[in-house]
Design a protein around this ligand. Sequence first.
Ligand code: ADP
Ligand code: ZN
Length: 759
Amino acid sequence: MNFLFPDPPPAPARAADPAERFARVAVALPVDRALHYRIPPALAADVRVGARVRVRVAGRQVGGTVIAIDAVAEVARVLDLEAVLPADARVEPELIGLCRWVADRYGASLGETLESALPPVVRSGRGVRQIAVVRLAPPFADPARARLEATALLARHEKQARLLRLLAEADGAVKEIDLLRRAQVGPSPLQSLVKRGCATRERVEDPGDPAFLAAPVARAEPPRPTPEQVAAVRAIELALDARSHRGFLLLGVTGSGKTEVYLRALAAALARGRRGIVLVPEIALTPQTVARFRARFERVALLHSALAEKDRLREWRRIAAGDVDVVIGARSAIFAPIPDLGLILIDEEHEPSFKQQNPPRYHAREVALERARRAGAVVVLGSATPALESWVAARDGRLTLLRLPHRVGGGELPATTILDLSHLPFTKHPSLLTDRLRAAIGEVLRRREQAILFLNRRGFARIALCPGCKEAAQCPQCDVALVLHQRAERLICHLCGREQAPSAQCGKCGQPGVRFLGFGTERVESELRREYPRARIARMDSDTTAAQGAHERILGAFARGEHDLLVGTQMIAKGLDFPRVTLVGIVSADTSLSLPDWRASERTFQLVAQVAGRAGRAARGGRVLVQTLHPHHPAITCAVRHDYEAFVASELPLRQETAYPPFSEVVRILVSHPDLARTRAAATKARDKLAPMAGEHGVALLGPAPCPIERVRGRWRWQLLLKCPQSTELTRVVAWARERVAQGAPVRITLDVDPGSML
Ligand code: ADP
Ligand code: ZN
């Protein structure tokens, strides 16, 4: 089925030479079949199952993993293996089995899946590399000066201006690859900018984010557990003793002490000679989180993309050598080569970031459950707002429910008030900050406490609307409106990064008087500065955290009380524990509510409940104000009451009625091409190929239909959905769909099992 290798002509199997051996290699390409390569005598000693090798495919060198060693090759003309990578990169047979399961379930090739199970520095086997970093050159070290220069460059050297502006905004050293990616430019405009004397570029050993390894590790005495914590840990201990695979769902409100349960469960696993993996969302993987585990356990390893390559390599080696008891990491740490695995913990298990967006598009929760099944290990999924999939699994007895219904120390959940915006006149866009929210902020400032203001949208104004033709300025390559970033003085596409200068004149009809409507975090910040000129205000979103270490700098300063107000996107929603925060203002709870996605309500509920949980962590108590146009929507009313079960009761029947997960499994087939007619034709053809078999498997086939965002980076996007009842065997449906809709250029067809987003 694959496009790289039309099926080979039937050839006699190569005659066996008793001395010869052939490695069956899963290559890192979307190719289903493993390929045979001759093992040259010089490499024979190093080639074993699980060894990482370099081979040639269609003239190109690619990486791969040896999954078997055979005496006979499948084809007549066999190439030699080119190289074997260092032993660090070996994949244990146990992990090969897990990767095969992942590949089958998520419709990826085994080779690609094995690839993603290893950190890049291990995967490549090339050793630690130096990286290039770029910063403003001394004459332009003042960001204001650099911005001025960027404006001057704009007319003739647009790409250089873009780079310079990003550097000014970052205000520090930026990794070259990050800078080029954000600016969406190649290396040559950067070279010109350096020649011009505006920027400097140097090669350094990647420092990574040293805060992670420098985090304080004062040994902490465990607190006396609450009776609820004792009961939860006891249940986990019994499962560990049984040495059988068990899964738990730990449902605990924010501040109920879930982490203490994780720590005690890990201690229990270690006491039984076993080890653990802790997965946390990327965004919650902060030095503070890591320090909480380091304070309790001696041998902790961290797997995080923010680590320097040499640190990552060292952590990986320690884990594989058995020198580590607890691995902490984001999604991909589920593949950590830790021996004697007894316990897997997933904190904030509902987080979308546990789903990988490119092949293999796995969900770490599902992989964890499968890995535990194979290892006879225990899984604990923790959340205040579990995914409905997990809730239903607990309801049906596939997971055991453990509850922590109260905050530790009897702390009250914060009092939450809904501020209804729906009766305010739309034209004035009043929803930025209502009088009540303003009054509450003023009060916090007077009392010298702190407030967090949350809005899950960055930028200044969301649309540039022409008063004449009523058209909003659009990205020329994407089906979305351009967002005004005021400080940068640019209109930016949030999908592809393309930018243009804002103009008071409509790009379509030329009429003057374009209005900039809607708001993002940047506008909230500027409004607050205007209103409270003496307040110290910080903003945290992906625009202000581009420079290395910026994330930590902002949060550190806020924790030390150097800011009064913190404005931010969901970056500030997770796991932060600031005792001086007594007010959380949700500027708009509606950003995710109207998305055309069956998880829109669930995501909104989770986000609002999560953010609301940031307030009142300490004795001072706290309050939460939620601004919304939908004050009666269950996602909002249940979130402000911190009532997970009420939300479930309202949402589950809707899912059941429409047969969406958790009442089915969805496979999304995305078809894309720069030409609309070809996209539509390819989507229709895919539908025709899938239709007969869909009926046979009892699968509902929906579409083809344009995606909610129909064009991204100049490619049109259409989709088909397969809704598989739980009785169908998903892997068979996936394999069958993959066979029929081959992926490849020029029409790109991708398959996503259990898609995280429908946009
Ligand atoms: P969650 O993860 O459920 O939101 P945390 O684990 O962060 O909650 O716990 C909230 C706070 O309560 C933390 O500061 C933690 O140190 C503290 N804590 C947890 N368990 C206990 C306990 N048994 N006694 C005293 N303090 C505790
Ligand atoms: Zn775009």
